[in-house]
Design a protein around this ligand. Sequence first.
Ligand code: ZN
Ligand code: ZN
Length: 228
Amino acid sequence: MIQCLLCNTIIDNQLSLVQILSFKPIVEKTICDDCADQFEYLKPPFCDGCGKKQIVEELCSDCQMWRDKSGYLLHNRSLLAYNEATKQFMQQYKFAGDFRLRQVFSDELRHLINDLHADLIIPIPVNEYTWKTRGFNQVVGMLNNINYENLLISKNNNQHKLQSHKKRYERLFTKQPFKLGDQSLKKIKDKKIILVDDVYTTGRTLYHAADLVQSCQPSELMSVTLAR
Ligand SMILES: [Zn+2]
Ligand SMILES: [Zn+2]
């Protein structure tokens, strides 16, 4: 008997004939169909920068601002739209600290990352305060069967206020919260790098991370997040 990790409904995990005959690997459900239907998967056309859904494929105004400010454009791709279901999911996963939820989207996230054929995956770290209160890095939690390196380190700069509790303008003006770990230059130079975070909100956090990675001259730099 399996219960939906989100609403606790009993999941019917009986295989349909179609599934059996498809000879595809069987993926164990972690959430029920009703809950699954609440999530919106992002499909093209995207903004070429942040990967958010667009009516026509063009660079959104936020990404134009980032490109001008940073001198480069970070190409981000996300699995889900940040809708009410995603918001509640993040609430339960991050803030209630329900570590089981790391499994819900980990397979799909892995496919998204693998399709981009990177040389090196670098997760966005959590700060010490989050580490102490939550006890896990929600990004690393979702990286199941993916090789990654913690080349970004959270600086201990007493930014105790969580990003998610900040207003939009406050987020845009946060100082560089990361530094690079040992041998980053050697590991990043001329390699295709993918940064991974849970949610792309203003882009501030990912651009901070990307600035550091860019300083090591990767051949290509992208990011992937669960939600946008
Ligand atoms: Zn459910
Ligand atoms: Zn954009």
